[in-house]
Design a protein. Structure first.
Lengths: 345, 354
């Protein structure tokens, strides 16, 4: 990427490898991912179940389950701190304060037996550098009220007194977002934050995230399986397939002329109003198992453009069209891929 | 209500006819019922709906709208507290025992979470044969395990698997196959695609569509996402806090929605061509608690068209356009206002690549 200096990048992931131990064997779920979140942008990380998108999101803050580990690569925050090699102690200072996370189910982030207010105060107190005094706590509570108001919750004075179960799903997700903002992080990682919500609430939360991002010049890594959500709020998009990023670029460019066959197939599956009544497109076949040895392109067996080379040789990452990075033989001029054989659409 | 909205008298005996159905869940135990005023949740509040033979009807609404309770009550899986249910011309409202079991053979439900509706201790083959044992179906009238798997486009080798070894999409298909086993006249599917990836969800919808064409089964599809039923349904009923606020042919609901809530639902469909910032939030606020619904029109606190009348007088369904029924005092004003997303977006364009 020419013209991008270190200061423009909020998070740079280089050759990140993640492994899981499973029944005595090691599975490399991320073989070496490169990804950058620019400052002040919303980057959509999109893929189907099992593509590794959530693993990638969790690996950034080293929140992987006990059988997972970062096996290699660098995760560079603000051009300086490498999270991959940070001690657990130093990492705690990054979590919440410099990078906050919002998950799909807000109930997993909220303690059912404490009031919203006390949880929001605790988050601020836990990251305070000096001893917390009583006066500080009332200050934190006032800040909690103000944050709840900023995320569009009516009656924040009432909400700080409520328990999580007394709020609706949409309200809880707003609370979690307010909590994530309370330490003023520069980067927010949101993992399917609207997938459990009704459509009208989803639209409200997306509008809120976009507003917050613009107001605070926040960088957001937005993990989702929903391309139409990406279209609504993201600036750039990275498409993940079987542990690899297969295409990356500006949302408008990638969605207008996808360069990778998987992106193209995925875009065709989005039901649109114009398509009503016609059969919906699907991506035939299944995601390959990561357990065995994978040769060639990981999408090859499901690809409508597949050729012999796709099964024998792993494709390079190249620039193609308006996309910044595409992992496909068809787009690589130096590949042995035969363009004469490409089927017409 | 004297006349039920929905399909007019063209179909003399609809397959399923629900009239003025109510489901009330009272608070507290038996004693509480005799002390003080009756309190509780009116989950379904006087709903009338018809499903013709071979028709696909979509019931759309957000969490708490009562759509699932309506379906459960229609199949007598939860007790209705008022109204009547006719299936195949017979009154099944108060049926019990063998009569009810017989009716359930012809009207089956596919539940939302496939993993909680499939016994974890049974193999797929036994799960598929279970309905036959329950209903004592003679051997000659049964499909084989292989046939059922083929109908839902699953490989035969899955017959020996347990539910936890199936993917979400595969488990859905097993649920559908179990429903098809009895050759029912009506299948009620609750959120058939919730929790699936777009591609897997599309495949399930395609499957339902092709099964419908092959077997002529009628479907009721319950969902919170209008775009799911937009693809399949002939008619759509939109529910809000226990009431049907609009129903009509799918095209009319999509192209000329008359209830402000229907409009909000359509505007909320994430579209490849819009940005969240442009569309703003299509509707403010959240669905209120059904325990304490707002007076008058339930939707008035969230409605941009609300006037004084909406706060006090409950609107009834009226046939605003042929076969399109709406419960809104202000539908004429709504109809005269351009729809928000279209007004912002200009001409509609198709999504994605060709």
């Amino acid at each position: 990427m020419a013209g991008v200096t270190a200061g423009d990048v909020a998070l740079e992931i280089e050759d990140l490898a993640v492994e899981y131990q499973s029944r005595g064997s090691t599975v490399r779920v991320l073989p070496g991912v490169d990804l950058a979140v620019n400052r002040g942008e919303i980057l959509g990380l999109v893929g189907e179940s099992g593509s590794g998108k959530s693993t990638l999101a969790l690996a950034i803050l080293r929140l992987l389950p006990a059988n997972g580990r970062v096996a290699g690569g660098r995760i560079v925050l603000d051009g300086a701190t490498n999270l991959a090699s940070l001690s657990e102690e130093s990492l705690r200072r990054v979590r919440g304060r410099r990078i906050a996370m919002v998950f799909q189910d807000p109930l997993t982030s909220l303690n059912p037996v404490f009031r919203i207010g006390s949880q929001m105060v605790d988050v601020q107190a836990a990251h305070c550098d000096h001893r917390v005094r009583r006066r500080d706590r009332s200050e934190y509570l006032a800040r909690a009220v103000s944050l709840l108001r900023q995320v569009g919750l009516p009656d924040p004075e009432q909400i700080v007194r409520a328990y999580p179960h007394q709020l609706s799903g949409g309200m809880r997700q707003r609370v979690v977002i307010a909590m994530a903002l309370s330490l003023e992080p520069g980067l927010l990682i949101a993992d399917e934050p609207t997938s459990a919500l009704d459509v009208t609430l989803e639209a409200q939360i997306l509008a809120l995230l976009r507003e917050i991002q613009a107001d605070r010049d926040l960088s957001i890594l937005f993990v989702t399986h929903d391309l139409s959500v990406v279209a609504q709020i993201c600036h750039r998009v990275a498409v993940m397939y079987a542990g690899q990023i297969v295409e990356q670029g500006e949302v408008a460019d990638v969605f207008k002329s996808p360069q990778h066959p998987y992106t193209e197939a995925l875009l065709a599956t989005v039901p649109s109003r114009a398509q009503r009544g016609r059969a919906l497109a699907t991506v035939p076949g299944q995601v390959p198992s990561l357990l065995g040895e994978l040769t060639g392109c990981r999408f090859a067996s499901r690809c409508r453009y597949q050729q012999e080379i796709c099964h024998s040789e792993a494709p390079r990452v190249v620039n193609s069209g308006a996309s910044e990075a595409v992992r496909c033989h068809m787009r690589d001029p130096s590949s042995a891929f035969d363009h004469e054989l490409v089927p017409s659409p | 209500m004297s006349e039920s909205p929905g399909t007019p008298a063209l179909h003399p005996a609809p397959l399923l006819q629900i009239q003025d159905l109510s489901v009330f869940f009272p608070d507290g135990g038996q004693v509480a019922q005799f002390v003080g005023p009756r309190r509780g949740v009116r989950a379904v509040d006087g709903v009338s709906l018809e499903v013709a033979e071979g028709e696909v009807v979509g019931i759309v609404g957000e969490s708490g709208s009562g759509k699932t309770t309506l379906a459960l009550a229609a199949l007598r899986l939860t007790r209705a507290t008022g109204g009547s249910i006719h299936f195949g011309g017979a009154d099944i409202t108060h049926l019990s025992g063998s009569g009810l079991r017989h009716a359930r053979r012809h009207a089956v439900m596919i539940f939302q979470d496939p993993h909680s509706s499939l016994s974890p201790r049974m193999k797929v083959s036994s799960l598929l044969m279970e309905p036959y044992h329950i209903h004592d179906v003679p051997r000659g009238e049964r499909y084989s395990v292989a046939e059922l798997l083929r109908m839902v486009e699953l490989p035969e080798r899955l017959a020996n698997r347990y539910p936890h070894e199936l993917s979400g999409g595969q488990a859905r298909r097993v649920g559908i196959a179990r429903a098809l086993a009895l050759r029912p006249r009506l299948i009620v599917a609750d959120e058939p695609t919730a929790g699936l990836d777009v591609s897997a969800a599309g495949a399930i919808l395609n499957l339902l569509q092709s099964l419908r064409e092959q077997y002529g089964t009628a479907y009721v599809i319950i969902t919170h996402a209008l775009n799911v039923v937009g693809y399949l349904a002939d008619r759509i009923a939109v529910m809000y806090l226990g009431r049907v606020v609009e129903q009509g042919p799918a095209e009319s609901i999509y192209d000329t929605p008359l209830h402000p809530y229907t409009r909000a639902l359509i505007a909320a469909i994430p579209d490849m061509d819009s940005r969240a910032a442009d569309a703003a939030a299509p509707v403010r606020g959240e669905i209120p608690s059904p325990r304490n619904p707002p007076p008058g029109c339930h939707f008035h606190p969230r409605c941009p068209f609300a006037v004084e009348q909406c706060r006090t007088v409950e609107p009834v369904l009226e046939e605003a356009r042929p076969a399109q029924w709406v419960a809104c005092h202000r539908w004429r004003e709504v109809a005269a206002t351009p729809q928000l997303p279209d007004a912002l977006r200009g001409a509609e364009t198709g999504a994605g690549s060709g």
